[in-house]
Design a protein around this ligand. Structure first.
Ligand code: MCN
Ligand code: CUN
Length: 787
């Protein structure tokens, strides 16, 4: 048994090595592109070169004449099948293949199915599309101008680019607080458009079996069950004849929540040709056309007393949703969970309004470790607190400490209606400040400033809301946000846990086995986790918004406890005592007062399948199922301290240190949690310093490769210094909160706050991400500084 480190608990929660890594590090994973079926054909997508243009004609005859081409599909062909448009996750519609217009550069226009990938690509060149270019809307602020071109003229009666207005909080009370505040600090800021860019791009292998009528789709999806239901609704296929398999996934980060045109075209291609059809995007296609993240233009105002007591927050947001409103948010939350923008502070009033607009850019918006837009919300409030500290001439740590919620205020109902479940915020911030040696850092900074050197210390304190539902308040396209789990215990006491969520690298095969192991006292090695196959797993909404641990993790614990209760009844028959006289210790039931008289879970499992006369309530095995509908979200939180050195002459930022103290309640596998935090911190450094999806004024996408769209590497990252506090969630069966997105949510603000702090002697109060050397240099030169 090498998989368990010696300091780990032998079973259950602990730093167990990841079970799935045995195949990943040997190159034995099975990703969508590894799926090869007999007679399989290959699809390729023809994409629009224009950001906005009317299609006046498509000639596919030359492509069809290509000797290796089996089918060419256009929007008109799909219209004949009533498949030209598909619903988006936000209840809008999106073109599968364009019929009338193209609305962003890279939009899908035609699909070629050929005998091999190269021929499919070659044939794209043979398709002749007549475009009549239209002026594009690239800047969200342009979208609402009266003379702006109307992007979505496909929608009936549509005369502008407005999608939604949404607000939250109490406007009158907030205005009131602002009217009597000593200080009001205002700051415009942009959270730029970024892309999740997982290592594996998106793709699908669709196989329509005309004999059985069964459609099997191997596909990159974070939510296989939701995809199946959507295929059923969109294509009118019977749901029991659809099987979605999400095999090993090479990173999701939100990129694999939605359904993309290529998936649907692969299904249509397979239906038309009678052969399996594979479609895999290349890197540029992934960066150009699949879900973006952020793109929030925010104006924040923070009101406070001159002594630094924060009174209120007022926020307006212009949200750039691209050409189709495809963001994956629970239906009642068009701006996601941005409503938690009041952050971790005890304030009197808050109000926020968000306006969503169409632009000629790719749709999307769930993506990139966003916790449903909490990344934007945390960035806003944490930047505002620093701006306020700047205006008040106060230390940002002291300002935060003075305003953080106190442990006795939990459960805390925020001014925008969120019920934070648990926390001891001051303790977490203190831990981070101590780990960083904050006072010494400030002294070092003062000495450096004397010498004209730029060193910055940035703080962020974040609160997240993860684990959507409950289903009563949260659904996606009418599907309530709950998750199922099934646990089978074989006669020999080995178990199989079937889950509705799906790992993209988070280590579910390990941690979910650990949850059951802890509950039942079966070794995690003896518990297999099955996920990502709708034919093999119970219904549920999948993995995103760090909801797997809060929802499916709870389901796993509950279903294990059900098995334990069933085992108790069987044990009572075995021991010939009343179930009431039995007591549980990890792995066995024993007779109260007589520790020797007991039966292990393995013995009980065998007996349940054997010839024992089974008592009422047990038919013959211990298996159980459960659907977990969470009573509330879980609210993980954390305190981050970032230290940077800035070279004023080159604008180069070096992240020297990064202290991250996370509280995600009970940690199932501390090593996996730390890995999640490491990844999220790297993401945050990337977004703060280098990542942005740029467009020129014609709507040309300028970030179509990793030469243009920069991702952070180990070179840009310091050796992370992690700490923890543990405040269990009171409503989660094992007290765990989600953590997968925490570090991405909290870290960008810490990095930006550090860089702006470094530039403080130059009078810089704010600078927008990404803080590339050019941006930092310009800010250091004094123009343009955004105040
Ligand atoms: N965990 C734990 N103890 C806790 C909380 C979590 O041991 N208290 C473990 C979990 O059991 C799980 C992992 O940490 O193995 C992450 O759990 P959770 O926070 O529930 O998040 P999800 O599993 O739902 O993962 C989704 C989240 C999201 S939304 C994005 S985006 C992101 C992230 O995970 N995408 C990732 N981390 C990623 N990590 C990898 N490697 N790849 C991605 O695509
Ligand atoms: Cu917001 S990206 Mo993750 O929820 O899959």
């Amino acid at each position: 048994m090498t998989a368990v480190e010696e300091h780990a608990t032998p079973m259950g929660h602990g730093r167990m090595h990841r079970k799935e890594d045995a195949r990943f590090i040997r190159g034995r994973g099975t990703y969508v592109d590894d799926v090869v079926l007999p007679g399989m054909l290959h699809g390729a997508v023809l994409r629009s070169p224009h950001a906005h243009a009317r299609i006046t004609g498509i000639d596919v005859s030359a492509a069809k004449a290509h000797p290796k081409v089996r089918a060419v599909i256009t929007g008109q062909d799909l219209a004949g099948l009533d498949l030209a448009w598909m619903p988006t996750l936000s209840g809008d519609v999106q073109a599968v293949l364009a019929t009338d217009k193209v609305r962003f550069q890279g939009q899908e226009v035609a699909f070629v199915v050929a005998e091999d990938r190269y021929s499919a690509r070659d044939a794209l060149e043979l398709i002749d599309v007549d475009y009549e270019p239209l002026p594009p809307v690239v800047d969200a602020r342009r979208a609402l101008e009266p003379d702006a071109p109307v992007i979505r003229d496909d929608l009936e009666g549509r005369t502008d680019n407005h999608i939604f207005d949404w607000d939250t909080g109490d406007k009158a009370a907030t205005d009131d607080v602002f009217a009597r505040a000593d200080v009001v600090s205002t700051q415009d800021m942009l959270y730029p458009r970024v892309h999740p860019a997982p290592l594996e791009t998106c793709g699908a292998v669709a196989d329509m079996d005309k004999v059985t009528g069964k459609l099997t789709v191997w596909t990159t999806t974070q939510a296989p069950h939701a995809h199946r239901t959507l295929y059923a609704l969109v294509a009118g296929l019977p749901e029991h004849k659809i099987r979605i398999i999400s095999p090993d996934i090479g990173g999701g980060f939100g990129n694999k929540v939605g359904i993309y045109s290529g998936y649907v075209c692969a299904v249509v291609g397979s239906t038309l040709t009678g052969k399996p059809v594979k479609w895999m995007e290349d890197r540029s296609e992934n960066l150009m056309s699949t879900s973006f993240a952020r793109d929030y233009h925010m104006r924040g105002e923070i009101a406070a007393t001159s002594g630094g007591k924060i009174l209120g927050l007022r926020v307006t947001v212009l949200a750039d949703h691209g050409a189709f409103n495809g963001t994956a948010q629970p239906t009642k939350f068009p701006a996601g969970f941005f409503g938690v923008f009041t952050g971790s502070y005890d304030i009197e009033a808050a109000y926020c309004s968000v306006t969503g607009v169409y632009t000629n850019k790719a749709p999307g918006g769930v993506a990139y470790a966003c916790s449903f837009r909490i990344t934007e919300a945390v960035y806003l409030v944490e930047r505002l607190v620093d701006v306020l500290a700047y205006d008040l001439g106060m230390d940002p740590a002291e300002l935060r400490m003075r305003n953080l919620l106190l442990p006795e205020q939990f459960p805390y109902r925020s001014k925008t209606g969120w019920e934070y479940d648990s926390g001891d915020y001051p303790a977490t911030l203190r831990t981070a400040l101590e780990m960083a040696h904050y006072d010494e850092l400030r002294a070092e900074q003062a000495a450096k400033r004397e010498r004209g050197e730029l060193m910055g210390i940035g703080l962020a304190f974040f609160t997240e809301a993860v684990g959507a539902g409950p289903r009563k308040h949260m659904d996606i396209l009418g599907l309530g946000m709950a998750d199922g789990a099934e646990l089978r215990v074989h006669p020999t006491g080995k178990a199989v846990l079937r889950l509705s969520c799906q790992s993209q690298g988070q280590g579910h095969e390990t941690t979910f086995a650990q949850i059951v192991a802890e509950e039942l006292g079966i070794s995690p090695e003896d518990i297999d986790v099955v996920h990502g196959d709708t034919d093999q797993t119970p219904f549920g909404l999948g993995t995103y918004g760090s909801r797997s641990t809060p929802v499916s993790g709870a389901a796993a614990a509950v279903v294990a406890r059900r098995v334990r209760e069933r085992a108790k009844i069987v044990a009572s028959a075995m021991l010939e005592v009343s179930p009431h006289d039995l007591e549980w210790e990890k792995g066995r039931w024993f007779v109260r007062g007589d520790r020797e008289a007991g039966r292990t879970i393995q013995e009980i499992a065998l007996a349940a399948h054997g010839d024992l006369e089974l008592p009422e309530g047990i038919e013959g095995h211990l298996d159980a199922t459960c659907v977990y509908n969470p009573p509330n979200l879980t609210y993980p939180f954390g305190a981050y301290v970032c230290v940077v050195d800035v070279d004023a002459d080159t604008g180069q930022v070096k992240v020297r240190r990064f202290v991250a103290v996370d509280d995600c309640g009970v940690r199932i596998n501390p090593m996996i949690v730390e890995g999640q935090v490491h990844g999220g911190l790297a993401d945050g450094v990337g977004m703060a310093l280098m990542q942005v999806m740029p467009f020129d004024e014609d709507g040309n996408h300028l970030g179509g490769s990793f030469m243009d769209y920069l991702l952070p590497t180990s070179m840009e990252c310091p050796s992370w210094e992690l700490g923890q506090t543990v405040t269990p969630s009171p409503h989660h069966p094992i007290g765990a909160k989600g953590v997968g997105e925490s570090a991405t949510v909290g870290s960008p603000a810490a990095v930006v706050n550090a860089v702006v702090d470094a530039l403080r002697p130059l009078g810089v109060r704010h600078a927008d991400m990404p803080l590339t050397p050019a941006a930092v240099w310009r800010a250091a030169q004094g123009s343009p500084i955004r105040t």
